[in-house]
Design a protein around this ligand. Structure first.
Ligand SMILES: [Zn+2]
Length: 329
């Protein structure tokens, strides 16, 4: 695992809101690490990000042992280049699983050589390209890979993975399919929990300003308008012009809550805060959101469902604070 050094920005900003938030429902967070048995005869699965690791674990359960190359909240999958040790991990796996849609931009050569060696390689978003391409979003002329934030679509990816694993490990085909059904239920329940949590916020006040363009699917799922400082990948750097445009939006809209991301740098966020400060507008950093990675092992955010609920709580909390601020004299 490599810890990212340049973390881009993300700002989530919200226009002032008037209504109260409802109570936050309890969330299903699925299988955790402690439930995964490392049986000697289990399928050895190598994967890229820890969001993919969670998906493999949810579908494979006790029949798989999963190793992620980018296994932590501080890793940027757009920039990460696999090391020779990483390639060894993948080469020694029975199956390799990756997200796709060019998320793992630096893995293309490595994945191709695995296919050439006869190692089964599963792209979990293949089902979306095949059957749900009309629901994939674009950004900067490319497909937006951050599709796990469309929880329903990510559930479909779970179903696809189950079908692929079932062909490789036919003995447990039924278990994989049953797990996929349960995973889709957890994804749908998480989406409904989020919608219930945000229900009190009027549509016209749901504005998210994010650092890199990771929250388009989140915005669509939860009915927010989204603006990004940076492009789809964290490789592009925003210009001063963009920072100033966003500062104007934040000042004009009196948006006072912004968020940083686990896998991107705070630098642009700080530039925005500074640009707003110079105009007499104070921004609070409301918290840190998960974008391209889930949380550390052993936390409830290590599952995608847990990470998404963390984001929902952070955003709802910031909106709630803004509302409290509004009712103050
Ligand atoms: Zn990203």
């Amino acid at each position: 695992m490599r810890t990212k050094q340049t973390m881009p920005i993300v700002v989530l900003a919200f226009i002032c809101l008037m209504t109260t938030l409802g109570c936050t429902p309890t969330e299903p967070t699925g299988v955790t690490a402690t439930q995964t048995a490392a049986e000697s005869n289990s399928l050895q699965v190598g994967c890229t990000s820890n969001i993919v690791k969670d998906l493999v674990r949810q579908i494979g359960g006790e029949y798989v042992e999963v190793t992620a190359i980018m296994d932590g909240p501080g890793v940027d999958p757009h920039l990460y280049t696999p090391s020779p040790q990483d390639i060894n991990v993948l080469t020694n796996s029975d199956v390799v699983v990756y997200s796709g849609l060019h998320l793992e931009a630096q893995f293309e050569g490595a994945l191709e050589s695995l296919v050439n060696r006869g190692i089964p390689v599963i792209k979990v978003t293949e089902v979306l390209e095949n059957e749900f391409s009309d629901r994939l979003l674009q950004a900067d002329g490319a497909v937006d890979p951050h599709v796990w934030f469309d929880l329903e679509l990510w559930g479909r990816c779970g179903g696809w993975l189950a079908g692929e694993l079932a062909q490789i490990d036919k003995v447990h085909a039924e278990e994989y399919r049953a797990a996929a059904t349960e995973f889709q239920r957890v994804m749908d329940a998480t989406r409904e929990n989020g919608r219930a949590t945000f229900a009190g916020i009027p549509e016209e006040r749901r504005v998210l300003v994010t650092a890199h363009d990771a929250f388009q699917y989140f915005a669509r799922t939860f009915n927010f308008q989204v603006e990004a400082v940076q492009g789809l990948s964290t490789e592009s750097e925003p210009g001063l012009k963009r920072i100033n445009e966003l500062a104007t939006l934040l000042v004009d809209s009196r948006i006072s809550a912004i968020f940083t991301e686990q896998s991107v740098s705070d630098r642009n966020i700080l530039a925005l805060i500074s640009a707003c400060d110079s105009r007499g507008h104070h921004l609070e950093v409301g918290g840190t959101l998960y974008s391209d990675t889930a949380g550390p092992a052993g936390t409830r955010e290590e599952t995608l469902a847990g990470a998404v609920m963390h984001n929902i709580r952070e955003i709802a909390g910031a909106l709630d604070v803004q509302q409290l601020n509004q009712v103050k004299p």
